[in-house]
Design a protein around this ligand. Structure first.
Ligand code: AMP
Length: 552
């Protein structure tokens, strides 16, 4: 039996070791010593995913632990740069532990963590806290640290994933590419690890696309403009409508047809009309295709994305909603036709296959423009028709499941918000002598503070830069390196294409591709847009694609 203690020791090693090779070796050795049924729990734990579905908040856990250790024991555990896991470790170090804590097995710990998701309804909170107390009472401070990190999902899974892929590759005879590919197709590293360990030392059995097992969707990068995106592909690429709806993966074989969301949830029951259309209309008896479902009005015009969400929330009474919220599927990719996998084929070829198999089904509007000017014109028309923007796709690019590949670039309609200039950087080079890179802030409705959410030096003419430099210099409060902090007086309308999470800004969000549209002389800082407004925009960006992760 492998104990949690052994696993926590490995985690601790991982946090200390610098060399990636050594890390992978250690993890590979650890995995190699596991019993078959321990592989999945161990990998989930190492990835920080053991708490998935457990729904425990940091607050609840902390309350339970303070009760366990004794009120008052928690004084200054948070001093210094500690994360939640470290704080838990410190806290438990202050507990009077029994001399001998019997070690818990990995499997038992996972079962106990899973049980946390069980309690429902009245009294569930107390029950959950009881289960937590019972579990943590049996953990050493180090074990507690990593269980806590799993529960509140604090592990930095990005890094862990890379190391685990390396480690699994070592187990599978060193073929990193085969492991990465299996991961792409399986969608789940836990399964790949189990597969590799079951065939220890030998090559990884080839994964294949399987009907009715959805593949993680390929993701897109952002580009600022169509011309820029086109240039990335050497001037030749497809430009397609970017529809603002829900992404669906279609699996059709004979009479069986199922639809999956971006998060691989089964949407078949919510979209019976689309399923019917596919059954009747596709000319291929078997295919895996991808497209976007959008809500439309009676005349077939695209409606706001929110309308669509009603279809996914309400499973009952679908018949009525089908009439109330008609939807339309526009296909844009083909991942498999019959028994022939296509994901490694260039996109141009996949599109040709899509055209061949689609029968009566719609595809997205698309051109392969001979010039950048034509690409821009297509994009302008798409925006005028109410689409969200365009996707620019490399004709040679393979389909890379789950990966934000270089093959797809999205160019979105810019949104505008009114923000306050709170500081500016002294320009250099051509901008020497100007205050040019503006720090933009939104108002936090709750605290009343102005929170920075982005910077830009784009959008103003030279003359406007000069005037702005004079105005900002008059508002200067203090200097910090090249940055001049100013009284927050000037409001500007800012165009941006995307929001992303920001670890540096207190608001937690940052604008991407920001540029100043105009100076809002008519507005005061109190009229600026709020952090809350940006959060709402971000939430909307995230949910697009039905519970999709959106940007990460
Ligand atoms: P975003 O969610 O902003 O990262 O943009 C990517 C999403 O755009 C995809 O997941 C699809 O749901 C959606 N989309 C709309 N039109 C297309 C298209 N023509 N090709 C690929 N994805 C599209």
């Amino acid at each position: 039996m492998t104990t949690l203690r052994a696993l926590a020791a490995v985690c601790e090693q991982l946090a200390r070791t610098r060399s990636r090779r050594d890390l992978a070796r250690q993890v590979a050795d650890f995995l190699g010593a596991l019993d078959a049924e321990e592989v999945r729990p161990a990998v989930r734990f190492l990835l920080g995913q053991a708490g998935r579905g457990g729904a425990v908040s940091g607050q609840t856990l902390w309350r339970v632990l303070v009760r366990l250790v004794g009120e008052g024991a928690s004084a200054d555990v948070w001093t210094g740069a500690v994360d939640f896991g470290e704080a838990v470790e410190r806290l438990l170090e202050r507990r009077e532990t029994p001399a001998e804590l019997p070690a818990l097995g990995l499997i038992e710990v996972e079962e106990r963590v899973r049980a946390l998701a069980g309690p429902r309804g009245a009294g569930s909170r107390a029950e959950k806290e009881r289960l937590l107390a019972e579990l943590f009472a049996r953990l050493t401070p180090l074990e507690a640290k990593y269980v806590a990190k799993n529960l509140i999902r604090e592990m930095r899974t990005g890094a862990a994933e890379g190391i685990l892929l390396d480690a699994v590759a070592l187990v599978a005879g060193g073929d990193r590419a085969a492991v990465a590919r299996a991961h792409m197709l399986e969608g789940d590293l836990t399964e790949v690890a189990a597969l590799a360990l079951a065939n220890r030392g030998g090559p990884l059995p080839a994964s294949a696309l399987t009907y009715f097992r959805p593949l993680r969707p390929m993701l897109a990068h952002s580009a600022e403009s169509v011309s820029e995106a086109l240039a990335t592909f050497g001037g030749r690429a497809a430009v397609e409508w970017k529809l603002d709806g829900a992404r669906v993966q279609v699996h059709r074989r004979g009479d069986d047809c199922r639809l999956y969301s971006r998060r691989l949830q089964d949407l078949t029951e919510s979209l019976p009309d689309v399923v019917g259309e596919l059954r009747r209309g596709l000319s291929a008896p078997a295919a895996i295709l991808e497209g976007e479902v959008i809500p439309v009005d009676a005349a077939g015009r695209a409606l706001p994305f929110q309308e669509l969400m009603r279809r996914f929330r309400r499973i009952r009474d679908i018949g009525r909603l089908e009439r109330e919220v008609p939807v339309r599927l526009h296909l844009f990719d083909a991942l498999q036709a019959g028994d022939e996998p296509l994901i490694d084929r260039p996109y141009g070829e996949r599109w040709a296959t899509l055209e061949r198999v689609r029968g009566m089904l719609r595809v997205v509007g698309r051109v392969v423009p001979p010039t950048a000017a034509e690409a821009e014109a297509f994009s302008a028309a798409a925006l005028a028709d109410g689409f969200e923007g365009v996707m620019v796709k490399g004709l040679d690019a393979p389909y890379t499941p789950g990966v934000r590949g270089r093959g797809w670039l999205k160019v979105k309609r810019a949104t505008t918000v009114d923000l306050v200039i709170i500081a500016a950087d002294r320009g250099y080079g051509r901008r020497h002598g100007w205050l040019s890179n503006y720090h933009l802030a939104a108002r936090d409705e709750e605290t009343g503070r102005l929170e920075p959410v982005g910077k830009t030096f784009k959008g103003l003419t030279d003359a406007e830069f000069r005037t702005m430099t004079d105005r900002l210099s008059a508002l200067a409060i203090r200097e910090e390196g090249p940055t001049v902090h100013v009284e927050p007086r000037i409001v500007v309308e800012v165009l941006f294409t995307d929001l992303q999470r920001s670890p540096t800004y207190a608001a937690g969000l940052a604008l991407r591709f920001a540029r100043i549209a105009r100076i809002r002389e008519d507005k005061a800082p109190a009229d600026a847009d709020t952090v809350q407004h940006l959060r709402a925009l971000f939430a909307r960006q995230q949910t697009r694609g039905v519970g999709g992760e959106g940007e990460a």
